[in-house]
Design a protein around this ligand. Sequence first.
Ligand code: AMP
Length: 568
Amino acid sequence: MSNNIPQFRDLGLSEPILQSLEELGYETPSPIQAESIPLLLDHCDLLGQAQTGTGKTAAFALPLLNNLDLSSKETQLLVLAPTRELAIQVSEAFQSYARYLKGFHILPIYGGQAMSLQLRQLQRGVQVVVGTPGRVMDHIRRGTLNLKTLAALVLDEADEMLKMGFIDDIEWILEHTPDKRQIALFSATMPEIIRKVAHRHLNNPHEVRIKAKTATVDTTEQFYWLVNGLQKLDALTRILETEESDGLIIFVRTKTSTVELAEKLEARGYISAPLHGDMTQPLRERTVEKLRDGQLDIVVATDVAARGLDVERISHVINYDIPHDTEAYVHRIGRTGRAGRKGKAILFVTNRERRMLRSIERATRQAIKPLTLPSRELVSERRVSKMMEQVNETLINEPLDFFKHIVTDKRHHQTEVDTIDLAAALLFLAQKDRPLQLKEDPVHIHESRQRGERRERGERSGHEPRLKRYSDTNMQRYRLDVGRAHGVMPGNIVGAIANESKSQINNQSIGHIKLFDTYSTVDLPADIHTDTIQHLQKVRVCGRPLKMEQIAGGEHRAGQAGNGNRRR
Ligand code: AMP
């Protein structure tokens, strides 16, 4: 790889951590990581301006994990996060980076979760606690969280905590930490009040922020799609089916994702190949050559591998995963619109990554337009017209005598068979693997249901009818031992539960499904028979037994957020 890009190995991280990064498929540190990791390893205080999508979690998790003393079970690191979701997410990230660190224990603590469970685990000893401010305060007051041995503290998304009214709680917690502890404060914005907190509590902090270099990109039309309803993969295939394209490059974050996505596209009938930094130089060159001379239309690449790639026929760049900084975005979309041609760039943005989208717009000084995803009808239309093209070509180019003979014979023996019916039946058979009519997929149905739920909590408004279907049912949340990392999709979970519960649970009664890296949660009616739950324990999804476990405190009425966070 090019010499001016720092590698994780150069930053001073230990071998077991490097090994997990290798397995996760991280290729190079993101800019915020390259700057923060050496400073935090060195026990410096840090004030980082970074938002979701920049890789900020690993920027503090990797060095602070590295600095832990795992021979002790005392709490050495506390991470404060504004929401339960973020606390869980951060804790999962730590776990994935610590998979080769023996004796590592972490505990997410947040309001709504049963106190007893947290107490038991705190008593057993955890080196890292990730929590929302309210619940952390409760534990400090009760004396169940001892911060005497605390070596480091992270304030994650400080501006969000400020917005949620947690600033006094944070000050209170900071005052209950030892004098000599390291602090890393991360915030997407730096309002004065946060600077003041930093000034009061941080010791000569190093400031780290990603410089947004401005650049103009004028030969490329830019769009974004807010990940909503459909899964990214389904959205991508709709785009692939309807866009008039030549060569395409799809950007993902990790080496592993290049291979996985290329395989998934192959399975859906698209010839595609991965391109990442661990491939040998000759193999990379061969892939680019194939793309150049049209033997290959789709390449799924990481930033590093595609740097400087110059293939004129690339008509589209799809940012399947949002880049870590605006500079990477500009590099990516510069792969299209080459040699004066027009290009199109599409960026997939999740709700939490919206801020990054705005930063990109500011840096490129261009508005990125929202993309309306092609409808199912349009995809169907395209499939029909492609099929008809093939039929016409077959009529012109193929010797059809043998087949005509069969059809004539059939009509001779069954005089009542209408020619149109016969053609329709044959067309039906021909499209079985790739149906001409797109059905609404279970994932979509599910997620629109989830959107319905969120609206009930007043977060969204819209014209779709509210989904009342199961809103009066008492629901129980369950943990399933299969997550995103195992390749699970909500549809797999719905399918497995509905099929295996022997009609105890039907599609309609399955509630909110949430996917995390290593596990998922699903809401099911609270009155399901224990035999059914026991049977479901052993059912395998993506090769893993579900091992369903009730989540303590996970009972709620459908349509309510299971566990709430304390707000002031
Ligand atoms: P964050 O900004 O911490 O929310 O991270 C955004 C996403 O980037 C997460 O899915 C991380 O797993 C991923 N990520 C973080 N650092 C890297 C890296 N160096 N290479 C590839 N992916 C990364």
